[in-house]
Design a protein around this ligand. Structure first.
Ligand code: TRP
Ligand code: ZN
Length: 863
């Protein structure tokens, strides 16, 4: 830590949850006037202010990168000062009108926070603290205001002018300009402000709410993208109907607009009545989007729509409460997607993502509770922990209270806090009060970081016909939290008879303390334990089950998630054994996969998930010290065995799932998924014609799922078809940014040993750019997530990643900071790799003008 202090003259100070104080001033209303231009935009703002704190405190307004031109109070020049970025206005009284005029430069805004330009479109991103880059304002979510917005702009460049709420006026001006006025009747925090100006066209539709109001819907895109908006529109209407049916929540404005832009730091943003999306979560057609892309579009459209209640009508008091809206809204979008298709497959995908990103985060130097105690830069806390573990914590309440009890809780929560800025505590209290339960110990899930480890052991007393299940929990230490208290852990458990296969018990056990014994009577044969079914708690379960027991569950458990889980555990045990001993018996896995592939009652989509091998990174997470090469070799060997031993079955499945024409249905999606999985096993097993099959699939495909699937298989191989397919893909989609992103990422994710060199060369490709977050994530994010490629022994992967972080930090600190976590895993690697990773982190930390964002992630990673 010493060099942290010597090289960083003044480390940025953290903001602490315990320091929360209500605002000194409220702003009941704000009128904004934008004179828009890409090079220079003038922003005039008029606030009506009201004192909320001590008499005499001056009005303090946040600002960042603003050129201040004028400050007036009630029309007269004001007595003001600038304290760093803060504007301080003296002599203001309740009811006064405070006017500021500032100039900003959207085209020069590479951070993509505030007002910026994306491919000729002017748009805003204000969450979390971007509004201060547009105008001076108390930029905190507990200041709610009524907004009116007037915009004027060149009519040819920006024919469409959108903002929050309802349109109330528009017209032409002199000099080829025009204007529009918008009015949002719902008071909102400034992070929900949005405007868009551009040459856009809308896919328009209507939705009639349950109370009979008609809402005009518009999805605004560049004209050439209009044909790709139908899936998003269908998802929007389905989301609106679903929220009425499941949560009793109706939309509340006459207009709901969505705009897609190409340059965006995140997935999308829930601005009131004007959602702004990363185009990758709006645009979809069969030729350019995979089934996974279609699902992601629907999921994100739903997520942002659901925020209208869980986020906008009830917002967050401060940013420490971020999971109040994000965890709850992710849970809601997960429920929605589960209802649209296969609930089991959706649960498997969500848990896989949680384990891939959130578990490592919770086990590393950046671990934090879902309600953090402090942050340096809030943008660094839009994490898998806040979002996905947050959703799991909401889900546990749903599991314990039941669907109806949970709904009583959300009804009370919305009734109590509509129009307010609330806290996580308010949510839990509503659940308690609506159900007459005590969740005091459950609140620990909000306060304690780290993934709990549950040890389960089952003992059978043959004579008494009784089974004893002993459960123990341990919550590991995390930064700043050395010792933990036990938390209530809801575990869905079942017992199956070894001989008869009979199910003896199926119940929810809530483990309350450090240890607990549960007794099951009437069990006349050796029971097999099925535990954490449906992944009822976000924990790691260690249950000492034999390969035979896991194989039994993978074939017979009536809970699909538990069935998947048993197969994963069986594969994992086999792989870890192979890594320890140099070789493993792949027999039990092969048998289990054979049974799964041959089960006529199983959904192909489920089969495809169940037979997929755990990722290299996930295998590494199970090891004390990660050995990337040994993991790669063991995993490839098991894949080769499975591919060769079951070749007949893979071939049959491949033939059976060959589609004739594209159809977007759960059955067709499942068939496509299984098809490419079968192809990849044929390739792994060394089937002579596998590369030719892949090339044939690539050429004949009438959809992106099959085409990208075949490309992925080829790109991992040494087949001569590899280069030709990459070139054909590039030529076909040249100029289509979202598809060219796939071309970059499929190469960055390759398991071939030359991937590092390929990625470095691609960073010099004319289509690569550091300034577009999607492109950066595709190549550099893909590479950073590729365990084998990043961790090559000579350390060149670390050096390259650090170079990229430093280069991106100059343009877009938020995006740069998201590339840091893989380097923070150094404690899990051998001394040589760990030293090289630390050296790169230290090199980053020593750089001049490092952003707060990267400083926080790097200093904590070295910590
Ligand atoms: N609230 C957004 C969501 O979850 C997240 C988001 C969009 C965001 N853009 C951002 C967060 C920029 C930080 C920075 O839907
Ligand atoms: Zn969200």
């Amino acid at each position: 830590m010493l060099d942290v202090q010597t090289t960083q003259a003044a480390a940025p100070a953290p903001t602490r949850r315990e320091d929360y104080r209500p605002p000194e001033w409220l702003v009941p209303s704000i009128d904004l006037d934008f004179d828009l231009g890409a090079e220079r935009t003038l922003v005039r703002s008029r606030l009506t202010v009201e004192r909320n704190g001590a008499e005499g405190a001056p009005l303090r307004l946040d600002g960042e990168n603003l050129t201040l031109l004028d400050v007036r109070v009630n029309g007269a020049p004001a007595d003001y000062a600038l304290d760093g970025d803060m504007l301080i206005v003296e002599g203001v009284n309740s009811g006064d009108s405070v006017e500021t005029t500032v100039a900003i430069q959207p085209a020069a805004n590479t951070q993509l926070m505030g007002l910026y330009a994306s491919g000729g479109i002017l748009c805003t991103q204000c969450e979390a603290e971007g509004f201060r880059r547009i105008t001076f304002f108390p930029d905190r979510p507990d200041v709610l205001s009524r907004y009116t917005v007037r915009m004027s702009a060149d009519k040819a460049l920006y024919p469409v002018l959108l903002a929050n709420g309802d349109p109330v006026g528009s017209g032409d001006l002199e000099g080829g300009r025009h204007y529009a006025e918008w009015n949002d009747p719902y008071p909102k925090p400034c992070y929900l402000f949005a405007l868009v100006a551009g040459d856009l066209q809308a896919n328009r539709d209507r939705f009639v709410t349950q109370s009979g109001r008609t809402v005009d819907l518009g999805i605004w895109v560049r004209p050439e993208d209009l044909p790709k908006t139908h899936h998003a529109m269908a998802a929007l209407k389905a989301s609106m109907a679903w929220d009425e049916k499941v949560y009793g929540r109706e939309y509340d404005l006459d207009v709901f607009n969505i705009v897609a832009v190409s340059d965006f730091n995140f997935g999308a943003m829930e601005n009131k009545g004007l959602n702004i999306f990363n185009s990758r979560y709006i645009l979809a057609d069969p030729d350019t989007a995979t089934d996974a892309d279609y699902d992601a579009v629907a999921g994100v459209v739903a997520h942002e729509y659901f925020h209208n209640w869980s986020g906008n009508r009830v917002t967050c008091r401060d940013w420490f409460q971020l999971s109040l809206k994000e965890g709850f809204t992710v849970f809601r979008d997960q429920q929605f997607s589960a209802d649209q298709g296969s609930a089991a497959v959706k649960r498997i995908e969500d848990v896989r993502a949680l384990r891939a990103i959130q578990f490592p985060e919770d086990a590393g130097p950046l671990a934090h509770p879902i309600r953090p105690e402090s942050y340096i830069e809030i943008s660094n806390f839009y994490t898998a922990t806040i979002y996905d573990k947050g959703a799991e914590i909401i889900r546990m309440m749903h599991t314990m209270l039941g669907g109806e009890g949970f709904r009583r809780g959300t009804d009370l929560y919305f009734e109590r806090h509509d129009g307010e800025a609330a806290t996580c505590e308010d949510f839990v209290k509503a659940m308690e009060d609506a159900n007459g339960v005590d969740l005091s110990r459950f609140r620990l899930w909000y306060a304690q970081a780290g993934t709990p480890r549950i040890t389960a052991s089952l003992r059978h007393d043959d004579a008494a016909g009784r089974a004893h299940l002993t459960l123990e929990q341990a919550v590991p230490p995390t930064p700043g939290q050395d010792s933990k208290q036990p938390m209530p852990v809801p575990l869905k458990v079942a017992l199956f008879g070894d001989l008869t296969g009979e199910k003896y018990a199926d119940r929810l056990i809530v483990l309350e303390g450090v240890a607990q014994e549960v007794i099951f009577d009437g069990i006349g044969e050796r029971p097999i334990l099925s535990i954490n079914r449906d992944f009822s708690a976000p924990v790691i379960v260690e249950a000492d089950r034999s390969a035979g027991d896991l194989a039994f569950l993978s074939a017979n458990d009536d809970n699909p998630f538990a069935r998947y889980e048993a197969m994963q555990q069986l594969m994992l045990d086999t792989l870890l054994g192979a890594i320890r001993n140099g070789a493993a018996d792949s027999g039990p896995v092969t048998e289990a996969v054979r049974r799964t592939l041959s089960d006529p009652n199983l959904d192909p989509a489920f089969i495809a998930e169940a037979v997929l091998m755990p990722s290299e990174a996930f295998i590494g997470d199970q090891m004390e010290m990660v050995d990337p090469n040994a993991i790669h070799i063991a995993r490839e060997a098991l894949r080769a065995d499975l591919g060769a031993d079951l070749e007949r079955l893979w071939r049959d499945l491949y033939a059976a799932t060959t589609a004739n024409r594209f159809e977007y249905s759960p059955a067709a999606k499942g068939a496509r998924r299984l098809r490419t999985v079968a192809l990849s096993y044929l390739m792994a097993g060394g089937a002579e014609d596998a590369a030719a099959l892949a090339r044939q699939q690539f050429d004949a495909a009438d959809n992106m799922t099959d085409r990208q699937g075949a490309l992925g298989v080829l790109v991992n191989s040494d087949a001569p078809e590899r280069e030709a397919a990459l070139a054909a893909f590039y030529d076909r989609y040249r100029g289509n940014a979202l598809v060219i992103d796939k071309w970059f990422s499929v190469q960055a994710l390759s398991t071939r040993p030359d991937t590092g060199a390929v990625v470095k060369a691609l960073a010099d490709h004319p289509d690569f750019t550091l300034s577009n977050p999607n492109r950066l994530r595709a190549l550099i994010g893909g590479f950073a997530a590729n365990q084998c490629a990043l961790h090559v022994a000579d350390g060149s992967g670390y050096r390259f990643l650090a170079d990229m972080i430093l280069a991106v930090d100059k343009l877009n600190p938020q995006t740069a900071a998201r590339l840091v976590p893989p380097l923070g895993r150094w404690r899990r690697f051998d001394a040589d790799r760990a030293d090289k990773m630390k050296a790169e982190l230290s090199r980053i930390l020593a750089a001049d003008d490092l952003s707060k964002d990267v400083f926080e992630q790097v200093s904590k990673s070295l910590g």
